[in-house]
Write a protein that binds this ligand. Structure first.
Ligand SMILES: [Zn+2]
Length: 306
C-alpha cells in the first residue's frame, strides 16, 4: 500500500509490502472495496477500521477515525483560507445614468437632476431616484443594470413551482441578498440578485452544489416577491458556530461530522462564513430536490478570519 508521510513523500507501508504477491493479484478490486483513508497523514491500519465504519465521507474521501476527520477538516479549512477571493470580472462598466440615457429612457435634464440630488446627499441611489421622481420604469432600470453587468434579467412570470429552498441556507440568502429561483432538468441553478451580481457567492454555490450557476437580476418588486416565496420554503436544518480561531472551528465541524456520519460532506467559504453541508445518504446528495431531512448545514464564522 502506498501512503504519504507528513512531508508528502510516497512510502511503502511495511505491513502490506510483506505480502506483495497477494496485493498484486487483488489490488484493483481491493482498492475499490477498501478505500484508503482520505487523511494524507493517516497513521491507522485501514482494513479493520473499514469494517467498522464506512462513513463519514468528506468531499468524496472516506475517513477512518475521528482523528483523521479532524485533520481532514482542518486541511479543508486551510484550503479555503488560502483560496484567493475571486476578483470580480474586471469590466469597464458604463455608468448607469449614461446607459439609461443611451436607451432613451431618461432625458439629459432627468440625469442632471438625479446627479444633483446625489450631490445633495439623496439616500436613494441614482436609478432609484429616477424611478421615484422621473417616472423611470422599474423594469427599465433592471434592464439597464443587466446591460451594465452583462448578465441576464430574470422574471418571476416564468416561475413554475416552489423555489428550491433546500439548495442554500436561509441565512445566506438573507445576508448576501440573493434568491435561488429555479433548478433546471439540465442541472442549471438560477440565482437572482437585486442590483449587482455577487460573483464570489455564485462561485461558492457552484462548488457546493456541483451545478452550473446562472446569475442574473430581478427587478426590486419581483425580488421582494421572490424573497417572500423563498421564505415559505422548507429549509434544511442549519446550525451556527462561532469559533475563536480556525482550529476551534475545525474541532466543531469535525465533531458534527463524527456525530452525523454523513455519506458525503462538502465545505466552502462564502465571504466571511464557512459553509459545511452534510448529506445523510447519496440519494440526498444526488437529487438537488431531495427532502431537506437528508441535509444538514453547519455555518461557521471565525472571529478573526483573515
Ligand atoms: Zn485515517
Amino acid at each position: 500500500m502506498l501512503v504519504l508521510n507528513s512531508s508528502g513523500d510516497v512510502q511503502y507501508e511495511p505491513r502490506i509490502s510483506a505480502q506483495p504477491q497477494l496485493m498484486a493479484e487483488t489490488a484493483p478490486r481491493r482498492a475499490r472495496a477498501f478505500p484508503v483513508c482520505a487523511n494524507p497523514r493517516c497513521a491507522s491500519g485501514w482494513l479493520q477500521l473499514w469494517r467498522k465504519r464506512g462513513v463519514p465521507v468528506v468531499e468524496g474521501g472516506w475517513l477512518c477515525s475521528p482523528a483523521c476527520t479532524r485533520a481532514r477538516v482542518e486541511d479543508l479549512l486551510r484550503r479555503e483560507q488560502a483560496e484567493a477571493r475571486p476578483a470580480p470580472p474586471h469590466r469597464h462598466r458604463v455608468p448607469i445614468g449614461l446607459t439609461l440615457l443611451t436607451q432613451g429612457w431618461i432625458t439629459h435634464q432627468d440625469l442632471k437632476d438625479a446627479l444633483e440630488a446625489q450631490r445633495k446627499g439623496s439616500r436613494l441611489r441614482l436609478g432609484e431616484w429616477l424611478v421615484a421622481h422621473r417616472g423611470l420604469k422599474e423594469e427599465q432600470l433592471t434592464q439597464a443594470l443587466g446591460l451594465q453587468w452583462s448578465c441576464p434579467v430574470f422574471s418571476l412570470e416564468k416561475q413554475a413551482g416552489s423555489l428550491p429552498a433546500n439548495i442554500v441556507p436561509r441565512l445566506f440568502s438573507e445576508s448576501f441578498g440573493f434568491v435561488p429561483l429555479r433548478l433546471t432538468a439540465s442541472g442549471r441553478l438560477y440565482l437572482a440578485f437585486e442590483d449587482r451580481i455577487d460573483h464570489s457567492l455564485a462561485l461558492a454555490m457552484e462548488r457546493m452544489v456541483g451545478l452550473q450557476v446562472v446569475a442574473g437580476l430581478l427587478g426590486a418588486t419581483e425580488f421582494r416577491e421572490a424573497q417572500r416565496l423563498f421564505a415559505q420554503g422548507h429549509f434544511a436544518r442549519a446550525r451556527l458556530i462561532e469559533a475563536g480561531n480556525l482550529e476551534l472551528l475545525a474541532e466543531a465541524f469535525s465533531r458534527q461530522i463524527e456525530k452525523e456520519k454523513p455519506a458525503e460532506a462538502r465545505l466552502v467559504r462564502v465571504h466571511d462564513l464557512v459553509w459545511l453541508r452534510l448529506w445523510r445518504d447519496m440519494e440526498s446528495r444526488d437529487h438537488a430536490q431531495a427532502a431537506v431531512s437528508g441535509i444538514e448545514d453547519v455555518i461557521g464564522s471565525v472571529v478573526r478570519f483573515p
